[in-house]
Every structure is written in C-alpha cells, then in structure tokens.
Design a binder for this molecule. Sequence first.
Ligand code: NAP
Length: 301
Amino acid sequence: MSARITGRTRLAGIIGWPVEQSLSPVMHNAAYQAMDLDWAYVPLPVADETDLIRVVGAIRVLPFVGFNVTMPYKQVMLELCDEAAMLATMAGAVNTVHCVDGRLIGYNTDGRGLVDSLAAEVGYEPQGTTVVIVGAGGAAGSALVSLVLGKAERVVLLNRTRENAEMLAERIRPHARETVIDVAMLGEDSAGEVREADLVINATPLGMGPTDQSPVPAEWLGAGQIVADMIYRAQPTPLVTAARSAGAKAVDGLGMLVAQGAIAMEIWGDEECGRAPRDIMRQAAEDAISARADSERGEGS
Ligand code: NAP
C-alpha cells in the first residue's frame, strides 16, 4: 500500500548506494500508515560524496523529519551533522539524522537496535556477559558501544584483519570502564573464545552470498549460548543454521533492522508519535523479503 501524500506531508528517507534492496521504505511507510502520520519515506540513492553534500544541503531546506544513512556513508555523515549524540560519536558513525529547524543531529541506532531486539527476542541483557563480535567494521563498532554502555564484562573482537579490530578497540577502550575489550584474529585459534562467550554476534557480510559459509562452525557453539547474526534473508542464515544445530538460541538480523528503524522513528517523532509499531514494521519487512524470494525463484525457473 502506498503512502498517502498531502500538501503537508513530511519526508523521511534512506541515503546510501545502492538502496534499491533496502527494506526501510516498506517498513517505515507501513508504520506511518498504521499511526496515521502524514509522513512518507523514500529511497535516496546517492552515488558519491560530492552528491551526498548536495543532497544533505537540500534536505536542510526541505520538510524532512529526518533520514537514515546506510553504506557507504555512515562514517562521513558524522562529519556532516551539526551535532551528534554520544553514541554516534563513540561508534564513529551515524545511521539516523534528525532534522530540527535546518540543523542536522546525528544518532546511531544500530547498536541499540541490536541490544533491544535481543532483549525482546531472547531475553538477553548485556550486564556481566562475555561477548564475541565477529567483524570490526561500522556495525561491529555500534554493537560494541551498546555492549559497553550495557556493562558487558568482556567483549572480544574477532576479525579477519587484526589491525582494524585493534583500531576499533583503541577508540572505545577509553569509554569502557566496566568492560574489557580484547582483540584476536578470526581463525582456527578462535574456538576457545567463541565457546566461552554468552553471546556471539556476526557483524560481517558472511551469510549474504548464496554459497557463504557460517563465520564460525557449529562445533564452536553450544546450548546455553545466544547467537545473533546481523544478516537476514528469506532462509535461515548459515550462522543461524549452525547455531540451532548446536542447540544455541539464534536470531537473524531482522529484529535489529526493525528495532533500529523503530528507534529512528521515535527520535524523529519526539513525544508526538509515541512508540513505533515494531510488529507492523516486522510484518512489512517479512512480506517484502518473501515477495523478493518468490520473484527471484520465478526468474530462476
Ligand atoms: P563494514 O564496515 O564494511 O565491515 C565489514 C566487516 O566484515 C569488517 O570487519 C570486515 O573485515 C569483515 N568481513 C568482510 N568480508 C569478510 C569475509 N569474507 N570474511 C571475514 N570477514 C569479513 O560493514 P558494516 O557496516 O559493519 O556491516 C556488516 C554487516 O552487518 C553487513 O552485512 C550489514 O548488512 C550488516 N548490518 C545489519 C544491520 C541490521 O539492521 N540487521 C545493521 C547494520 C549492518 P576486515 O576488517 O578484515 O575488512
């Protein structure tokens, strides 16, 4: 169902490249409709940083409530905002911008989206837990910040490139009074770290490709653990499959996607819009994923 557009419609959208596959437009527009908000959410494909600066300049003078930012602009958007929330500054990336009287205020809702969705789906609370994050890019950074704020006891960054994990750890350690942050290379030696973790997170793109393997094998996982993949797709991801076969509780990245979008909407709406309808947003995203999978199967047959 398309959004209702009037002379007073306020705008929201997602800036990135590419954005064609983004589920945010269906998820947000379903929520606006359910809440009877006169808002419309549109994809905003932006090819390079020169265009990004132009588009952000235009947004300042248009009736935007706010916008989301995805790859590859989450880091540079931090520089383009007039102010940024502490969480975005710590994560070094902005995925949500609130437009207030021509000023742009940057937030990062990815990490909180992950932790909120884990609380809702599997009852996870970070305090006192040991966590392994596979990956050390932007999404790993925002997860790490939320785990530090949630007082996790220890977080281990397992990454293909050790230096990238070291850089992330060094940036966050000064803010992490109650959390030990360690770094290791992802490889055969990672089994011990993964086995000891209460929560294992995949923050790499491994699992998006049709032939991708799980970033950690099922033998390293077991009952009593929670496994969170940031990836989502129509079928269970390789990590979710491995985790379930090992008896762990596993969730894919759809809950995180819904929660980060819901939190963004709540920031844009201030008090006026209240709590975003996560169930409606999730249903819209699931319907879009199934429709996409059906159409891909149709094309393949
Ligand atoms: P990013 O900044 O590009 O970081 C990617 C990370 O994955 C890096 O640590 C990289 O390691 C690692 N990596 C890439 N390919 C790999 C491979 N073949 N084997 C092992 N490690 C590999 O990306 P990001 O923004 O953090 O996003 C990471 C993933 O999270 C993406 O797939 C994204 O779609 C997903 N995500 C989901 C949500 C959600 O709402 N569910 C939100 C944000 C992101 P190196 O340092 O060695 O390059």
